[in-house]
Design a protein around this ligand. Structure first.
Ligand SMILES: NC(=O)C1=CN([C@@H]2O[C@H](COP(=O)(O)OP(=O)(O)OC[C@H]3O[C@@H](n4cnc5c(N)ncnc54)[C@H](OP(=O)(O)O)[C@@H]3O)[C@@H](O)[C@H]2O)[C@@H](O)CC1
Ligand SMILES: [K+]
Length: 497
């Protein structure tokens, strides 16, 4: 699904109004009704709401929600934040339609409000029309409402939809929930903004699909239907050769578990055959822990010191538990030089690359690098904010012609053409030892099965997160461990299929 900028959203609104066609006031009614429907499903009729409305169209949404909640017998008070006397036309119309609701006007001379702690605030002060950081009396209002539970409409007021580098973070609404129209905004996907956005929920409002289809957009969010459309059916009359032969290179003394987790995830994700290249001491461990995997054994006992014959494999993943021995580093160099197709590179393999940046130029194009933020920092240096981090990620992917999977909440996947796909599955329980090794196994599995590098990265990250969500349902995010993510892969497949 495309992530439109605020400007593109305005264009999509205008195009929808002109070509659906629908009156602007009716589109507002449709959007706000979606919010109302969500609110009444999630808040009992005992709830008391204070709705803070600006005088633009975000405020107009707030007024429609106030009217509908009042009609449904909720207790509702409206506060109009008069930042301008230039009311939008749809705001004016909806103010006229409001009946039997107390309306208070707040401005420069009168910005005092008293809110009891149990009141739920609906924030409709600013949406996508914000043009500068909030200050003055509006900032005072924001500070006061921030003490209460807040549902933000479209965006938390004060947060820009994309870039917040110039913003004043003291004066932004801190929502518990953000009900956002049509698609998440880029700023909602940055971990730094979680504090303001809370949990975001997308409410489709029927913007013109043909118009959105034609837009050139670089940022995307992976939806369930995107994942479904990528997943290939498994033919009835198939044999294991059809589903590829993956090679995983990993393991060292004390870190053999990482190779096992990766290997098991690779098999669970559906690869036909798997060989793991291991230090000699890993042979018995792997054969006992995972009889389905074949082993190729390095000459050294404690670490990997040579590259196996690569001719029979359809994909290679390297890194889990690899260690940083000098001979292992040379092995990685040879692997990079000798591989004719993209590699999946993780963990210690990334750390070795960070120490030997000249090797980056030799990576097979469309190789998939899967760093967590600290590993990415070792590759590209420090950043000040999430906007800058995303820029660095895109630039790195374009310059090296690789795919960068930057792991974290809303893992982002940057492609060699600069396009970025954000993932929305997964949860904090996945921040646990071995979770990354599982991801490497899954992505390598998809590559070996004949998925393109782009599909392997996007689908791999999606399935990994979804398996984490399945595991969370059964085990809570406190208690789950990496093996649980692997065990949940079958059910996660069931959710996509
Ligand atoms: N039909 C549609 O299009 C639909 C739109 N929808 C809804 O409309 C929302 C967008 O509405 P919008 O464009 O009216 O912008 P909104 O955020 O309400 O405010 C704009 C006003 O704020 C002002 N202003 C900005 N920053 C300021 C500041 N720091 N301090 C003070 N003032 C400031 C700015 O003034 P200016 O910058 O011109 O001085 C302008 O007057 C969108 O988020 C969604 O909720 C949905 O109903 C679906 C259908
Ligand atoms: K808002």
């Amino acid at each position: 699904m495309k992530i439109l900028t605020a400007q593109q959203t305005r264009e999509a609104d205008a195009y929808t109004i002109a070509n659906e066609p629908i009156e602007s006031i009716d589109l507002m009614e449709r959007a706000a009704t979606k919010c109302f429907d969500w609110i009444i499903k999630n808040y009992s009729s005992e709830t008391e709401f204070s709705i803070f409305c600006g005088v633009g169209n975000n405020g107009g949404d707030g007024l429609v929600i106030a009217r509908l909640l009042k009609q449904a017998n909720y207790k509702v008070t409206v506060f109009v934040v008069e930042f301008s006397d230039n009311y939008s036309s749809d705001f004016k119309t909806n103010l006229g339609r409001l009946e039997k609701v107390e309306v208070n006007y707040l401005n420069q001379d009168n910005s005092r409000i008293v809110l009891r702690p149990n009141i739920v605030v609906i924030d409709a002060i600013f949406g996508s029309g914000l043009t500068r950081p909030i200050d003055g009396f509006i900032a005072e209002i924001v500070h006061q409402i921030n003490k209460n539970e807040i549902i933000a409409i479209d965006l938390p007021s004060g947060l820009f939809a994309e870039d917040n580098r110039e913003n004043n973070f003291d004066n932004i609404v801190k929502a518990k929930i953000t009900l956002t129209f049509q698609q998440p905004k880029l700023a909602m996907l940055f971990p730094q903004n979680y504090f303001f956005v809370g949990e975001w929920i997308v409410l489709p409002i029927g913007l013109h699909q043909g118009f959105i289809f034609g837009l050139n957009v670089t940022n995307h969010i992976v939806s369930t239907s995107d994942a479904k459309s990528m997943l290939k059916p498994r033919a009835k009359f198939s044999h294991k050769g059809i589903f590829g032969h993956a090679l995983l290179v990993g393991g060292s003394k004390g870190k053999m578990g990482a190779a096992i987790l990766s290997a098991k995830a690779c098999l669970r994700a559906g690869v036909g055959l798997l060989t793991v290249h291991l230090p000699a001491q890993g042979l018995e461990i792997m054969q006992t822990a995972l009889p389905e995997a074949m082993c190729s054994v390095s000459g050294e006992n404690d670490f990997i010191a040579d590259v196996p014959d690569l001719s029979m494999y359809s994909a290679i993943g390297v890194g889990p538990g690899l260690g940083l021995e000098k001979q292992t580093q040379n092995t990685l160099k040879l692997l990079i030089q000798n591989s004719n197709y993209p590699l999946v590179i993780d963990a210690d393999a990334l750390n070795i690359l960070a120490e030997n940046k000249t090797w980056l130029a030799f990576l097979p194009s469309e190789s998939i690098l899967t760093p967590h933020p600290k590993e990415f920092e070792r590759l590209v240096g420090k950043w000040d904010c999430d906007e800058e981090r995303l820029e660095l990620q895109k630039q790195f992917a374009i310059k090296q012609q690789v795919i960068v999977v930057l792991k974290g909440a809303n893992t982002s996947i940057a492609l060699p053409n600069g396009y970025v796909y954000f993932n929305a599955t997964g949860n904090s329980g996945m921040a646990t030892a071995g979770s990354g090794d599982v991801l490497t196994g899954i992505i390598t599995s998809f590559l070996a099965q004949g998925y393109s590098p782009k599909e392997s990265a996007i689908l791999g990250v999606y399935l990994h997160g979804l398996a984490g969500d399945v595991a969370k349902e059964n085990l809570t995010e406190y208690a789950m461990i990496a093996s649980d993510i692997i065990d949940a892969i079958p059910k996660a497949y069931g959710w996509i299929n």
